[in-house]
Structures are given as C-alpha cells and as structure tokens.
Design a protein around this ligand. Sequence first.
Ligand code: HQG
Length: 176
Amino acid sequence: MNNKTISKFLSLILRHAPETINLQLDKNGWADVDELLSKAAQHKQPFTAEELEEVVETNDKQRFAFNADHTKIRASQGHSVDINLDLLPQQPPEFLFHGTVARFLDGIKKEGLQKMSRQHLHLSHDRETAVKVGSRRGSPVILNIRSGQMHRDGFLFYLSDNGVWLTDNVPSKYID
Ligand code: HQG
C-alpha cells in the first residue's frame, strides 16, 4: 500500500468504520497500534509500523496523531462514530460565522442553531469559510454569531486541530 492508500484506509477505520477490521476504538477514539497493524494485515491491508509513522508525519492535513509513546493512534477530527475527542474549552473570538441556506432559517429562528446529526455544531472563524460550508447546500446565508457574549454567558467552545470552532448549540438571541 502506498501512503495515500494507507491514509484513506486509516480515515475509514479511525473515523467511520473500525468494525470493518474488527477493531475497537476507546471512548476518546484511540486504537492500539499493534492491534491496528495485525488486524489490517489479517484483512489483506498490510503495512508496517515504519510506514504508519511516515503517513502520520507527512499527512497533508495532519489527519492522524499518536499518543506520547506511539502505542496508540487516532484521527484528529472528522469522525462519524460517537467518540469524545476530549478537547479543552477555549475562548472564542468575539464573532464567529455559520454558513447555512434560507430554507433552514425558520427552524434556526425557532430553535437556534443545533448540532443536528453531528457531535458538535460547526462554526467558522471567517466569513469565507462559512460561505464554502453554506454553498454545499445552495445559495449561502451567513449568520454572525456573538460567540464572545456566549462565552461570557458560560457557553463552552472548542477548537478542532484543523481550525473548526465547535460548540453544542447557539440560542437564537446570539445570532445576528
Ligand atoms: C442546519 C463539512 C434547521 C445547519 C463542512 C446546517 C463543515 C438547522 C445543517 C461541517 C438548525 C446541518 C459541518 C435548526 C442547524 N433548524 N436547520 N434549528 N440548526 N441547522 O452538515 O455546519 O467535509 O451537520 O445550518 O465544511 O453544514 O464533513 O453541518 O446547514 O465544517 O469535514 O442544519 O461539514 O466538513 O448540517 O457542516 P451539517 P454544517 P467535512
């Protein structure tokens, strides 16, 4: 397997479907490295510890991370499986942005922004990124979130390793 194939395989196993090779992730998303190597080989996807080290080190988006002694590995974000990344709460900027589309605005006005099927609600630090997120669904509508005020009011914010701001929900009174 070349580096790209290994990286794609790791995304599948560590973010979405560890059961494909009968692997268990712990509650924080970590997999045992020896178990990953042996189960991948059993399922005809063999790669060595050295190749794994190289993929983690050279990955363009730094998608994966080892623990301190390199006995465990996990994806840094992007999970569909229910794990807790254990990120520490951070102070957000005064304003964050959320890109959505007009057909969701009634619901958002009524219930605020909800995380829907994901583990967190995703917010962007700049308008440009929010425009890209909203454009996935049609003509983008950009909402300004008063994240500084939310933080002062006790709401928790987290910053993913790839720069996405995460929170649980945004009540409509904080949306401009
Ligand atoms: C909307 C991609 C009605 C919300 C992107 C959004 C992002 C409501 C949709 C990441 C609502 C949920 C996340 C309410 C929220 N009533 N609609 N009360 N509250 N909504 O995909 O933010 O490629 O779960 O506005 O780049 O669009 O996957 O969230 O439109 O960072 O890595 O419900 O996904 O990254 O949709 O996208 P999503 P999102 P990846």
